[in-house]
Design a protein around this ligand. Structure first.
Ligand SMILES: NC(=O)c1ccc[n+]([C@@H]2O[C@H](COP(=O)([O-])OP(=O)(O)OC[C@H]3O[C@@H](n4cnc5c(N)ncnc54)[C@H](O)[C@@H]3O)[C@@H](O)[C@H]2O)c1
Length: 254
Protein backbone atom coordinates (compact mmCIF):
# COMPACT_ATOMS: atom_id res chain seq x y z
CA UNK A 1 0.00 0.00 0.00
CA UNK A 2 1.23 3.49 -0.85
CA UNK A 3 -1.45 5.62 0.80
CA UNK A 4 1.10 8.30 1.73
CA UNK A 5 2.68 9.05 -1.63
CA UNK A 6 3.13 12.82 -1.69
CA UNK A 7 1.86 13.26 1.87
CA UNK A 8 3.91 15.30 4.30
CA UNK A 9 4.05 14.02 7.87
CA UNK A 10 5.54 15.16 11.19
CA UNK A 11 5.81 12.54 13.96
CA UNK A 12 6.91 13.51 17.48
CA UNK A 13 8.34 10.90 19.81
CA UNK A 14 9.67 9.20 16.68
CA UNK A 15 12.94 8.06 18.26
CA UNK A 16 11.41 5.09 20.04
CA UNK A 17 8.49 2.76 20.48
CA UNK A 18 5.14 3.70 18.98
CA UNK A 19 6.29 6.94 17.34
CA UNK A 20 9.18 5.13 15.66
CA UNK A 21 6.84 2.37 14.52
CA UNK A 22 4.48 4.94 13.00
CA UNK A 23 7.33 6.76 11.24
CA UNK A 24 8.60 3.53 9.68
CA UNK A 25 5.09 2.43 8.65
CA UNK A 26 4.22 5.76 6.99
CA UNK A 27 7.61 5.83 5.25
CA UNK A 28 6.89 2.34 3.91
CA UNK A 29 3.67 3.75 2.46
CA UNK A 30 5.48 6.59 0.67
CA UNK A 31 5.37 9.52 3.13
CA UNK A 32 7.75 12.46 3.18
CA UNK A 33 8.44 12.46 6.89
CA UNK A 34 10.05 14.44 9.68
CA UNK A 35 10.81 12.37 12.76
CA UNK A 36 11.27 14.55 15.86
CA UNK A 37 12.29 13.59 19.37
CA UNK A 38 14.15 14.90 22.41
CA UNK A 39 16.44 11.86 22.18
CA UNK A 40 18.96 12.13 19.32
CA UNK A 41 20.28 8.61 19.91
CA UNK A 42 16.73 7.32 19.44
CA UNK A 43 16.39 9.23 16.18
CA UNK A 44 19.58 7.55 14.94
CA UNK A 45 17.91 4.15 15.46
CA UNK A 46 14.92 5.37 13.43
CA UNK A 47 17.24 6.33 10.56
CA UNK A 48 19.04 2.98 10.83
CA UNK A 49 15.73 1.08 10.71
CA UNK A 50 14.64 2.86 7.51
CA UNK A 51 15.66 1.53 4.10
CA UNK A 52 18.05 3.52 1.93
CA UNK A 53 15.18 4.55 -0.34
CA UNK A 54 13.12 5.69 2.68
CA UNK A 55 16.00 7.72 4.12
CA UNK A 56 15.78 10.08 1.14
CA UNK A 57 12.27 10.98 2.33
CA UNK A 58 13.19 11.12 6.04
CA UNK A 59 14.53 14.07 8.02
CA UNK A 60 15.16 14.07 11.77
CA UNK A 61 14.94 17.02 14.15
CA UNK A 62 15.67 17.42 17.86
CA UNK A 63 12.54 18.57 19.66
CA UNK A 64 11.40 19.19 23.22
CA UNK A 65 7.61 19.33 22.98
CA UNK A 66 7.41 21.03 26.39
CA UNK A 67 9.57 23.98 25.23
CA UNK A 68 7.64 26.55 23.12
CA UNK A 69 10.80 27.81 21.37
CA UNK A 70 11.92 24.32 20.46
CA UNK A 71 8.43 23.53 19.14
CA UNK A 72 8.24 26.68 17.05
CA UNK A 73 11.72 26.10 15.53
CA UNK A 74 11.02 22.41 14.85
CA UNK A 75 7.63 22.89 13.21
CA UNK A 76 9.08 25.67 11.01
CA UNK A 77 12.03 23.49 10.01
CA UNK A 78 9.74 20.52 9.35
CA UNK A 79 7.42 22.56 7.14
CA UNK A 80 10.41 23.95 5.25
CA UNK A 81 11.84 20.46 4.66
CA UNK A 82 8.46 18.99 3.67
CA UNK A 83 7.10 21.99 1.75
CA UNK A 84 3.93 21.98 3.87
CA UNK A 85 2.21 19.64 6.29
CA UNK A 86 -0.64 17.16 5.83
CA UNK A 87 -0.41 14.95 8.93
CA UNK A 88 0.77 15.59 12.50
CA UNK A 89 1.24 12.65 14.87
CA UNK A 90 1.81 13.70 18.49
CA UNK A 91 3.35 10.51 19.91
CA UNK A 92 5.89 12.03 22.33
CA UNK A 93 4.98 11.15 25.87
CA UNK A 94 6.24 10.14 29.30
CA UNK A 95 4.82 8.14 32.17
CA UNK A 96 5.63 8.49 35.86
CA UNK A 97 4.10 6.33 38.56
CA UNK A 98 3.79 6.57 42.31
CA UNK A 99 1.35 6.89 45.18
CA UNK A 100 -0.68 10.02 44.47
CA UNK A 101 -0.41 11.25 48.06
CA UNK A 102 3.40 11.24 47.67
CA UNK A 103 3.67 12.51 44.09
CA UNK A 104 6.02 15.52 43.94
CA UNK A 105 4.52 18.58 42.27
CA UNK A 106 7.39 18.77 39.79
CA UNK A 107 6.61 15.23 38.59
CA UNK A 108 2.93 16.12 38.14
CA UNK A 109 3.93 19.29 36.26
CA UNK A 110 6.43 17.45 34.05
CA UNK A 111 3.91 14.80 32.98
CA UNK A 112 1.31 17.47 32.16
CA UNK A 113 3.94 19.62 30.40
CA UNK A 114 5.06 16.86 28.03
CA UNK A 115 1.85 14.91 27.43
CA UNK A 116 -0.79 17.64 27.46
CA UNK A 117 0.89 21.02 26.97
CA UNK A 118 3.34 19.42 24.51
CA UNK A 119 0.45 18.13 22.43
CA UNK A 120 -1.12 21.60 22.50
CA UNK A 121 2.11 23.43 21.60
CA UNK A 122 2.98 21.27 18.59
CA UNK A 123 -0.61 21.22 17.34
CA UNK A 124 -0.92 25.00 17.69
CA UNK A 125 2.19 25.61 15.57
CA UNK A 126 1.13 23.01 13.00
CA UNK A 127 -2.52 24.07 12.64
CA UNK A 128 -2.05 26.93 10.13
CA UNK A 129 -0.17 24.54 7.83
CA UNK A 130 -2.66 21.68 8.28
CA UNK A 131 -5.56 24.03 7.55
CA UNK A 132 -3.86 25.27 4.39
CA UNK A 133 -4.08 21.78 2.88
CA UNK A 134 -7.86 21.59 3.56
CA UNK A 135 -7.38 17.91 4.48
CA UNK A 136 -5.04 18.06 7.45
CA UNK A 137 -5.02 15.33 10.10
CA UNK A 138 -3.94 15.45 13.76
CA UNK A 139 -3.38 12.13 15.52
CA UNK A 140 -3.02 12.47 19.29
CA UNK A 141 -2.04 9.92 21.90
CA UNK A 142 -4.42 9.11 24.68
CA UNK A 143 -4.35 5.94 26.80
CA UNK A 144 -6.69 3.40 28.32
CA UNK A 145 -5.77 5.05 31.64
CA UNK A 146 -7.94 8.02 30.61
CA UNK A 147 -11.00 5.76 30.24
CA UNK A 148 -10.61 2.92 32.74
CA UNK A 149 -9.34 3.52 36.26
CA UNK A 150 -5.65 2.90 36.92
CA UNK A 151 -3.85 3.17 40.23
CA UNK A 152 -0.48 4.91 40.75
CA UNK A 153 -0.65 6.87 37.49
CA UNK A 154 -2.99 9.76 38.28
CA UNK A 155 -0.82 12.43 36.62
CA UNK A 156 -0.47 10.32 33.47
CA UNK A 157 -4.20 9.51 33.38
CA UNK A 158 -5.13 13.16 33.91
CA UNK A 159 -2.77 14.27 31.14
CA UNK A 160 -4.31 11.78 28.72
CA UNK A 161 -7.87 12.75 29.65
CA UNK A 162 -6.82 16.31 28.81
CA UNK A 163 -5.55 15.14 25.42
CA UNK A 164 -8.94 13.50 24.76
CA UNK A 165 -10.83 16.73 25.39
CA UNK A 166 -8.30 18.82 23.45
CA UNK A 167 -8.63 16.56 20.40
CA UNK A 168 -12.43 16.70 20.46
CA UNK A 169 -12.33 20.49 20.78
CA UNK A 170 -10.09 21.05 17.76
CA UNK A 171 -11.93 18.44 15.70
CA UNK A 172 -15.07 20.58 15.88
CA UNK A 173 -13.35 23.96 15.83
CA UNK A 174 -11.62 23.30 12.50
CA UNK A 175 -14.05 20.85 10.86
CA UNK A 176 -15.02 23.39 8.20
CA UNK A 177 -11.34 23.81 7.27
CA UNK A 178 -11.16 20.12 6.43
CA UNK A 179 -9.19 19.15 9.55
CA UNK A 180 -9.65 15.74 11.14
CA UNK A 181 -8.44 15.06 14.70
CA UNK A 182 -8.39 11.62 16.31
CA UNK A 183 -7.23 10.11 19.59
CA UNK A 184 -5.42 6.81 19.55
CA UNK A 185 -6.00 4.84 22.75
CA UNK A 186 -3.30 2.19 23.15
CA UNK A 187 -3.47 -0.41 25.88
CA UNK A 188 -0.24 -2.02 27.05
CA UNK A 189 2.27 -1.80 24.19
CA UNK A 190 5.78 -3.21 24.59
CA UNK A 191 8.01 -0.11 24.47
CA UNK A 192 10.52 1.71 26.67
CA UNK A 193 7.59 3.38 28.38
CA UNK A 194 6.06 0.16 29.67
CA UNK A 195 9.46 -1.45 30.35
CA UNK A 196 10.40 1.55 32.49
CA UNK A 197 7.16 1.62 34.47
CA UNK A 198 8.29 2.66 37.94
CA UNK A 199 5.47 1.34 40.12
CA UNK A 200 5.77 1.78 43.89
CA UNK A 201 7.55 -1.16 45.56
CA UNK A 202 4.40 -1.88 47.57
CA UNK A 203 2.02 -1.62 44.60
CA UNK A 204 -1.13 -3.68 45.02
CA UNK A 205 -1.21 -5.91 41.95
CA UNK A 206 -4.84 -6.82 42.49
CA UNK A 207 -5.63 -3.19 41.62
CA UNK A 208 -3.47 -3.42 38.50
CA UNK A 209 -5.12 -6.64 37.34
CA UNK A 210 -7.40 -4.77 34.96
CA UNK A 211 -4.37 -3.87 32.82
CA UNK A 212 -4.03 -7.27 31.19
CA UNK A 213 -1.00 -6.50 29.06
CA UNK A 214 1.06 -5.30 31.99
CA UNK A 215 0.62 -8.32 34.18
CA UNK A 216 3.53 -10.74 34.03
CA UNK A 217 2.82 -13.30 31.32
CA UNK A 218 0.14 -11.08 29.79
CA UNK A 219 0.17 -10.06 26.15
CA UNK A 220 1.57 -6.67 25.26
CA UNK A 221 0.80 -5.18 21.87
CA UNK A 222 3.57 -4.11 19.52
CA UNK A 223 4.30 -0.64 18.12
CA UNK A 224 3.39 -2.07 14.68
CA UNK A 225 -0.13 -2.82 15.95
CA UNK A 226 -0.61 0.85 16.75
CA UNK A 227 1.16 1.99 13.57
CA UNK A 228 -1.29 0.04 11.40
CA UNK A 229 -4.26 1.80 13.00
CA UNK A 230 -2.61 5.22 12.65
CA UNK A 231 -1.72 4.54 9.00
CA UNK A 232 -5.38 3.79 8.29
CA UNK A 233 -6.95 6.64 10.21
CA UNK A 234 -4.58 9.36 8.97
CA UNK A 235 -4.91 8.24 5.32
CA UNK A 236 -7.89 8.86 3.05
CA UNK A 237 -9.23 5.50 4.26
CA UNK A 238 -10.06 7.37 7.47
CA UNK A 239 -11.66 10.37 5.79
CA UNK A 240 -15.01 9.92 7.62
CA UNK A 241 -13.35 9.50 11.03
CA UNK A 242 -12.86 12.55 13.24
CA UNK A 243 -13.48 13.77 16.79
CA UNK A 244 -13.29 10.25 18.16
CA UNK A 245 -11.10 7.55 19.66
CA UNK A 246 -9.53 4.52 18.03
CA UNK A 247 -8.76 1.93 20.70
CA UNK A 248 -5.77 -0.34 20.09
CA UNK A 249 -5.79 -2.10 23.42
CA UNK A 250 -6.22 -5.83 22.84
CA UNK A 251 -9.65 -5.52 24.40
CA UNK A 252 -8.40 -4.09 27.69
CA UNK A 253 -11.40 -1.76 27.93
CA UNK A 254 -14.09 -4.17 26.69
N1 LIG B 1 3.37 1.91 25.49
C1 LIG B 1 2.14 1.91 25.97
O1 LIG B 1 1.67 0.92 26.55
C2 LIG B 1 1.26 3.12 25.80
C3 LIG B 1 -0.08 3.02 26.22
C4 LIG B 1 -0.90 4.12 26.09
C5 LIG B 1 -0.41 5.30 25.53
N2 LIG B 1 0.88 5.36 25.13
C6 LIG B 1 1.34 6.64 24.57
O2 LIG B 1 1.94 6.41 23.32
C7 LIG B 1 2.93 7.42 23.08
C8 LIG B 1 4.24 6.75 22.70
O3 LIG B 1 4.71 6.01 23.84
P1 LIG B 1 5.73 4.80 23.73
O4 LIG B 1 5.13 3.66 24.45
O5 LIG B 1 6.18 4.62 22.34
O6 LIG B 1 6.91 5.35 24.66
P2 LIG B 1 8.48 5.50 24.37
O7 LIG B 1 9.08 5.93 25.65
O8 LIG B 1 9.01 4.29 23.70
O9 LIG B 1 8.52 6.70 23.31
C9 LIG B 1 8.21 8.02 23.67
C10 LIG B 1 9.14 8.94 22.92
O10 LIG B 1 8.83 10.28 23.30
C11 LIG B 1 10.05 10.98 23.44
N3 LIG B 1 9.90 12.12 24.33
C12 LIG B 1 9.74 12.12 25.67
N4 LIG B 1 9.68 13.37 26.13
C13 LIG B 1 9.79 14.18 25.05
C14 LIG B 1 9.81 15.58 24.87
N5 LIG B 1 9.72 16.43 25.93
N6 LIG B 1 9.91 16.09 23.63
C15 LIG B 1 10.02 15.25 22.57
N7 LIG B 1 10.04 13.91 22.67
C16 LIG B 1 9.92 13.39 23.90
C17 LIG B 1 11.02 9.95 24.03
O11 LIG B 1 12.37 10.33 23.84
C18 LIG B 1 10.62 8.71 23.27
O12 LIG B 1 11.37 8.55 22.09
C19 LIG B 1 3.02 8.22 24.38
O13 LIG B 1 2.23 9.39 24.27
C20 LIG B 1 2.42 7.30 25.41
O14 LIG B 1 1.88 7.99 26.51
C21 LIG B 1 1.73 4.31 25.26
Amino acid sequence: MRRYDGRRVLVTGAGSGIGQGIALRLLSEGAQLVAADINDEGLKTTIEAATEEQRARLHTLTLDVADPESVSATVSAAVEFLGGLDVLVNAAGIMRAGHTHELPLDVWNKVLAVNLTGTFLVTQQALPHLIETQRGVVVNFSSTSAFGSVPYMSAYAASKAGVNAFTHAIALEYVKQGLRAVNIVPGGIGTGLTAGLDLPADADWSLLARLPGWIEGGMLGKPEDVAGAVAMVASDDGRYITGTEIRVDGGALM
